[in-house]
Design a protein around this ligand. Structure first.
Ligand SMILES: [Zn+2]
Ligand SMILES: [Zn+2]
Ligand SMILES: [Zn+2]
Length: 198
């Protein structure tokens, strides 16, 4: 079978020679800088026209991983392809003014920023929506970091962190919820302030 490899067309993963030649081949053990060789058959030891897939695969995998890492941060809080104005309801942005068209709180965005006239947009400018989304994101992050009620021991029923309260209703004791909130606030306070300290 391996003899056929020599006449095979371009293998599936497309990787330029300069990339794979820098690696050794796990299949035929061709060293760095050497071409792959046929492993078995009468032509064993002959140079293959194309490297083994096994030599290309890690390169392809790395590229995929890099690409995934690049595209990850976006779309974490928003569905892919969803526009900003689809993520923020009017009742939120209408309370603010628009830095783009200078529409004041309570008014819709306008097409012509210079004169403040023109067709009234039913959707707000992205510049008006972005701070709202940024605040939401910051809030979600704070909540993620703050301990939940069950992350601390209960002062009421003495259940340990991670355990449910022993209340008859199965709910969490009030003192435990308050304790967790206090711990969360202290955590925020202990965070270094980005601005100048007075
Ligand atoms: Zn090889
Ligand atoms: Zn606007
Ligand atoms: Zn409890």
């Amino acid at each position: 079978m391996d003899q056929l490899d020599g006449v095979r067309l371009q293998p599936v993963p497309r990787v330029a020679r300069r990339y794979w030649i820098e690696r050794s081949c796990p299949r035929c053990h061709a060293a760095q800088g050497r071409d792959c060789v046929l492993a078995v058959g009468t032509d064993a030891g002959k140079v293959r026209r194309f490297p083994h897939d096994e030599r290309l695969q890690p390169i392809v995998d790395e590229r995929k991983a890099q690409q995934a890492a690049r595209t990850q941060p976006e779309g974490k809080h928003s569905k892919p392809g969803q526009l900003l104005h689809e993520q923020v309801a009017r009742r939120y942005w209408i309370k603010r003014n628009c830095p783009r068209c200078q529409a004041e709180a309570g008014s819709n965005c306008v097409k012509d920023a210079q004169t403040g006239t023109g067709v009234v947009s039913r959707i707000a400018h992205d510049e008006r929506l972005e701070p709202i989304l940024a605040e939401r994101k910051a809030k979600a992050e704070r909540q993620r970091l703050a301990p939940g009620a069950c992350d601390i021991a209960c002062p009421d029923c003495a259940r340990l962190a991670g355990e449910r309260c022993a209340s008859p209703s199965g709910g969490v004791h009030r003192s435990r919820v308050e304790g967790a909130q206090k711990a969360g606030q202290e955590m925020l306070r202990s965070e270094p302030e980005p601005g100048p300290v007075d």
